[in-house]
Design a protein around this ligand. Structure first.
Ligand code: DON
Length: 304
């Protein structure tokens, strides 16, 4: 991409100069402690070029971005059988909404809302002998770098996790959770607690920009067709009730987390990660959305 560092720097400076609106997530007490002014970006191309600005090496809690990683693992294990337990339709609702589950008999709308990601944790617990260890091993095998859970963040979320306990109990009442609710949520909170920097996050996710193969480690993480499916699900479901807005303004498959991270993929070209912890009312990074809208406009890299 021509002049990528220049466009990245200019976009970064422009967004940095704007008022930093929104609020840091506080329903997970540990997340409320971060410095709201942190702002970093890293883009890595599938050919290995790397462009960075700001706090691109500061680690943050990736939260819901981890749902794409658990979806990658479960799809490679179960294939289409996964869709007996959930759908792959846009929800148009908040990430932690309970309402659709009632009328849809405990079948989550998609794997990227909390209910879908919790069912995936249940499936992985049934499929794997040591789910937490094997999940971390799967992540570390992608790049060769170690990835770990953050027990303080996981415990902090559990302490106030009434909504996710309600969702999981409700799913279980429909027969869509096989394992113990506490065990399923312990795994789910651990996934969400993973901390990575923008540089690490964009590197980890490069397989989604390269037909399922990580271009540096050469590991075939998932199949080519599962890569296409996951990118499709990210573009329709990655931003919950703001998925349309993200497709319209940014035009890339992506996933956000309440820790303030956004990960987006240009299939065949690059992975980009942005971190800025103030969130807009839909729970997505305020500056992350602003940055990506400008960046994909300037680089003309919307996929649409
Ligand atoms: O379950 C939760 O509420 C959080 N661990 C994750 C939510 C999240 O990141 C939603 N993303 N924007």
């Amino acid at each position: 991409m021509i002049d990528c560092q220049n466009i990245l720097d200019k976009t970064y400076q422009k967004v940095r100069a704007m008022e930093n609106m929104g609020a840091v997530a506080s329903y997970i007490p540990e997340l409320a402690k971060v410095d709201p002014a942190q702002f970093g970006v890293c883009l890595i191309t599938k050919t290995g070029e790397k462009f960075m600005a700001g706090d691109s090496d500061i680690k943050f809690s990736i939260q819901s971005i981890a749902k794409v990683l658990s979806l990658s693992l479960v799809l490679s294990k179960l294939g289409d059988k996964l869709w007996q337990r959930m759908d792959f339709e846009a929800s148009g609702s908040a990430f932690n909404s309970l309402v659709q589950l009632e009328t849809e008999n405990g079948i989550p709308r998609n794997p990227l809302i909390n209910s879908g990601a919790i069912v995936i944790c249940d499936v992985l617990i049934s499929e794997l002998a040591n789910p937490k260890e094997e999940f971390l091993k799967f992540l570390s095998s992608i790049t060769g770098y170690e990835v770990n859970f953050d027990p303080t963040i996981a415990a902090s979320e559990k302490e106030e996790g009434y909504r996710n306990f309600a969702l999981t109990n409700y799913l279980k009442s429909f027969g869509n959770i096989d394992n113990d609710v506490e065990i399923v949520l312990d795994f789910y909170f651990s996934l969400c607690s993973i901390k990575l920097s923008c540089a690490e996050l964009s590197n980890l996710f490069l397989y989604l920009a390269n037909d399922g193969v990580h271009p540096k480690s050469k590991k075939q993480v998932i199949s080519k067709s599962n890569t296409r499916r996951i990118n499709a699900i990210m573009s329709t479901c990655g931003f919950y009730d703001e998925a349309g807005e993200f497709a319209y303004r940014v035009g890339l498959p992506g996933k956000s987390g309440v820790g303030g991270g956004i990960l987006a993929i240009h299939p065949g070209k690059y992975a980009i990660a942005i971190y800025s912890p103030r969130l807009n009312p839909k729970g997505n990074s305020y500056r992350g959305m602003k940055f990506l809208e400008r960046f994909t406009s300037k680089t003309e890299s919307s996929i649409f």
